[in-house]
Design a protein around this ligand. Structure first.
Ligand code: ATR
Length: 275
């Protein structure tokens, strides 16, 4: 029998996940299909009950349900519990187990796509919302030397640093981070500034950027934000959000099937669709 997988979100229509997963299932000759499920916020509990009742083998969870699904699961792994969000559910013979592959996917994309070794690196994270949380806690589990946070609303950065309880982190107002920019080896934008349709917004000034710095933006629509283009023009090594999208999917696929997919193939499919 064909296994069913899918994405629970609202809206879900524009997701690139079916493309990646269905191609990977075909590639491995796995009899399975990945579908989009548009789930209204007030029906999250029923949707999870549906996953159980129908024996759906696994699902991804996206905006706005990543926190809301947690009470309906049988088990939530430690990382997902710490960040308070689940993006991948595995149906293990009726036991629904929640994981979060966003942060780990981001870190793997950074290491593999940019050939970066995080040991001893000084990292600046811009943003303190949902996107930042997973990445921040994943970075804390690496051997990076510093993982500082800056955010438009400084108090939110302060809160995240307090939660991290890690001596390697400090928080700064945006203006202060802009002044200190040359201290960092890696600068990561997790904010929505520059994302379609707000393409003219920039998360922080790059005036003091040191050439050779890795500048990474989790946005992939537009394919390259104005900010990322400017960083590259100033001599940075730039990364867009496609890597994180693909690697979070690859890690979910591995949890469901035990197979590590061909990430370059997945990436090419996504790029062809976006460009
Ligand atoms: P997500 O879950 O996608 O991270 P979010 O929780 O709404 O979304 O967080 C959006 C992030 O983008 C926040 O860090 C936000 O800063 P505030 O906490 O001050 O709101 C940041 N952000 C959005 N627009 C921005 C802009 N124009 N300049 C700088 N930061 C911006």
């Amino acid at each position: 029998m064909e296994n069913v997988y899918g994405l629970l979100g609202f809206p879900v229509e524009h997701s690139l996940s079916p493309l990646m997963h269905n191609d990977a299932f075909a590639y491995f000759g796995i009899s399975a299909r990945y579908h989009l499920f548009s789930v209204k916020p007030e029906q999250v509990g029923e949707a999870i009950a549906g996953v159980r009742a129908l024996g759906i083998a696994g699902v991804n969870v996206t905006i706005p349900h990543k926190m809301a699904v947690i009470p309906f699961l049988d088990e939530v792994d430690e990382h997902a519990r710490r960040i308070g969000a689940v993006n991948t559910i595995v149906n293990d013979n009726g036991r629904l187990v929640g994981y979060n592959t966003d942060g780990p996917g981001y870190v793997k994309a950074l290491e593999e796509e940019m050939d970066v070794h995080l040991d001893g690196k000084r990292i600046l994270l811009i943003g303190a919302g949902g996107g930042a949380r997973g990445i921040y806690f994943s970075l804390l589990s690496t051997a990076a030397a510093r993982i500082d946070i800056t955010n438009r609303t400084t108090e939110k950065a302060a809160r995240l640093v307090r939660e991290g309880e890690d001596g390697r982190s400090a928080f700064f107002p945006l203006a202060e981070a802009e002044k200190r920019l040359a201290e960092y080896d890696i600068i990561i934008n997790t904010t929505s500034a520059g994302m379609h349709p707000r393409v003219n917004e920039q998360p922080l000034s790059l005036e003091r950027l040191r050439p050779g710095t890795v500048v990474s933006d989790i946005i992939y629509n537009p394919f390259e934000t104005k900010w990322l283009k400017e960083a590259k023009a100033r001599g940075a090594r730039g990364q867009n959000g496609v890597g994180m999208l693909v690697y979070q999917g690859a890690l979910a696929f591995e949890k469901w099937t035990g197979q590590w997919p061909d990430v370059n193939r997945m990436k090419q499919l996504v790029i062809d669709q976006l460009r």
